[in-house]
Design a protein around this ligand. Structure first.
Ligand code: PMV
Length: 312
């Protein structure tokens, strides 16, 4: 028997960074993301006769997972199997339609897709009811915190144990672009980053800052103040990257081209008084979001950046 599920990635504008409880991926602060419907992961589960679950890439995919990443993936499947009391072993296949593990939030989509697929298989095999959206999202969260937001669109607000979809009129159909500085796997995983930021002297006050910025960001979009929203998003990713660089021992993801592209973007905003929301995950690549009223700005910004960088 076979099951397949697909889930989108998401990009946080207010970041989940730091955990209260690492075992359940309980976040130290609320986070807000925009769902990236075009960046997806697909997971397939096939019943197997082996003693344990195994992972492989889809036949037509070049996805390579490191051994710790495979273990983490299969451990999450194990967690879901336990929830449903399913003993059956599976061959797990997965693929992304975008590069994995370099700050494009592949863990969000891949753990969401695995959760959806495993829950389908396990509820069918155990003849237990299919869980509701909150329960599904809670299961996604156990695999990767950010995955719990991928089940909601266009915006997802994760606060405490609840995740909900937000509708932000005029900003529900954003266009996403990525400046790809590097597709190499990152050296410090986000799981590790969550632990290490707690050692930064800048960490005390971080949950309060994130809370305040969330309010400011929502207020900015509510009053259609795109520039104020840009400022919140800009401050927010720098806040997170400052935590990385001031951890003991410090680490970071920014590369020379990351800084060069950020300078072009900041200068562009100064010049035009307009531009995209800019944000970064735990990686060297830069995410841009344009609203539907920005066709001309979008064309200019992408054209300018494409002369020097790879823009997807
Ligand atoms: O879901 P995790 O454990 O990979 O954490 C993701 C954390 C960030 O991507 C850096 C921020 C976020 O909110 O998505």
């Amino acid at each position: 028997m076979k099951w397949q599920a697909c889930a989108p990635s998401n990009i946080a504008l207010i970041k989940y960074m730091g955990k209260i409880d690492p075992a359940s991926n309980q976040a130290s602060n609320p986070s807000l993301s925009y769902t990236l419907k075009k960046l997806t992961s697909t997971v397939e589960l096939e019943t197997a006769s082996s003693d344990s679950d195994t992972w492989q890439a889809f036949a037509n995919s070049d996805l390579h997972l490191t051994s710790p990443a495979i273990t983490r993936f299969l451990n999450h499947l194990q967690t879901i199997k336990k929830t449903f009391n399913v003993k059956q072993t599976f061959t797990v296949r997965s693929q992304n339609n975008f590069p994995a593990d370099c700050g494009l939030a592949s863990s969000a989509s891949s753990f969401a897709a695995l959760t959806l697929c495993a829950v389908q298989a396990c509820s069918e095999l155990s003849q237990n009811p299919y869980p509701d959206q909150q329960a599904l999202s809670a299961l996604c969260r156990l695999g990767s915190g950010s995955a719990c937001r991928s089940l909601f669109e266009p915006w997802a607000l994760w606060q405490g144990d609840s995740v909900k979809a937000l509708d932000l009129p005029e900003f529900n159909d954003l266009q996403h672009a990525i400046i790809v500085v590097s597709q190499q796997a990152k050296k410090v995983s986000s799981s590790n980053a969550h632990q290490r930021v707690l050692t930064s002297a800048l960490y005390p006050g971080r949950p309060e800052r994130a809370n305040q910025r969330l309010q400011d960001f929502l207020q900015a979009l509510d009053s259609k103040d795109w520039q104020a929203a840009f400022q919140c998003a800009w401050q927010e990713f720098w806040d997170m990257h400052a935590l990385f660089e001031t951890s003991q021992v410090p680490f970071g993801y920014l590369q020379a081209d990351t800084l060069a592209a950020l300078n072009v973007l900041r200068y562009g905003w100064e010049k035009r008084g307009d531009g995209p929301l800019v944000t970064m995950d735990a990686g060297p690549n830069i995410h841009l979001l344009f609203h539907t009223g920005q066709q001309q700005t979008r064309q200019q910004v992408i054209e300018e950046l494409s002369q020097r960088f790879t823009v997807l």
